[in-house]
Write a protein that binds this ligand. Structure first.
Ligand code: 3DU
Length: 221
């Protein structure tokens, strides 16, 4: 239900090591998402250390958007580091892009999660005009999941209506971006992605616990 985005800030004075952060969070979370800030700061070694620190799924959020061969190669590198899933954009299309990536995903067992809508307002300018096409594409490549925004729950409801239970929905936008814990789950998401609200709090473990409680309370209402 709760996936923590571990994006380290540029200035990390006095912050805990990732492994210590994970130790605090592990019992409250379903998995971790790491993105470019994590990779730039901690590199491949950081991914290996994270892999050693937890048995929970690790999702690498590079929002891949390249030609198929390049994306497939990135996925194969990540597979060797033991990650569980990779996030890619949908707008690159099938032929010569997601077709190759999905083949690499099936060959390696690394799941593919596709961005069909984003949490910021600008997503409505271009991306959201194509949500239905992206959903068709997600079904065609048998994506493990899609990313849909907690900030616009109607998009989550739409994704669930169109794709039923065939995919997992991952929803960022909780906390600092404005959506309440539990709100995306109530709209049909499987996981809420939460970053800064947890990683920049004085007590990440306690914050994660409180968020879980808020998710459950809202869910049970
Ligand atoms: O706002 P937060 O600190 O909870 O971080 C949200 C995370 O989700 C962050 O890693 C960002 O890269 C990712 N994300 C979005 O915020 C919005 C999207 O549409 C997709 C991913």
């Amino acid at each position: 239900m709760l996936v923590v985005a571990l994006d380290p800030p540029v200035r990390e004075k006095g912050r805990r090591k990732t492994s210590l952060l994970v130790e605090e969070l592990d019992k409250y979370v379903s998995g971790y998402k790491i993105g470019l800030p994590f990779l730039i700061k901690h590199g491949r070694r950081g991914i290996r250390e994270l892999r050693k620190s937890t048995e929970k799924p690790i999702i690498v959020d590079l929002k891949l958007a390249d030609i198929g061969d390049v994306m497939a190669e990135v996925l194969r590198h990540l597979a060797r580091l033991g990650v569980d899933a990779v996030i890619a954009h949908a707008f690159t299309g099938y032929t010569g892009a997601l077709e190759d990536l999905s083949k690499a995903s099936m060959a390696t067992g690394v799941g593919l999660i596709i961005v069909v809508s984003m949490s910021h307002r600008g997503s409505e300018e271009y991306i959201d005009r194509h949500v239905d096409e992206f959903l068709e594409l997600a079904a065609r490549i048998r994506a493990k999941g899609v990313v849909a925004p907690a900030t616009r729950p109607r998009v989550i409801r739409h994704v669930r209506e169109v794709l039923g239970d065939t995919v997992e929905i991952y929803s960022p936008g909780i906390g600092i971006q404005g959506a309440e814990p539990g709100s995306a789950l109530c709209a049909g998401a499987n996981y809420e992605i939460v970053g800064r609200l947890i990683t920049r709090s004085g007590n990440p473990g306690e914050t994660a616990r409180a968020i879980r409680e808020m998710q459950l309370e809202r869910w049970l209402k």
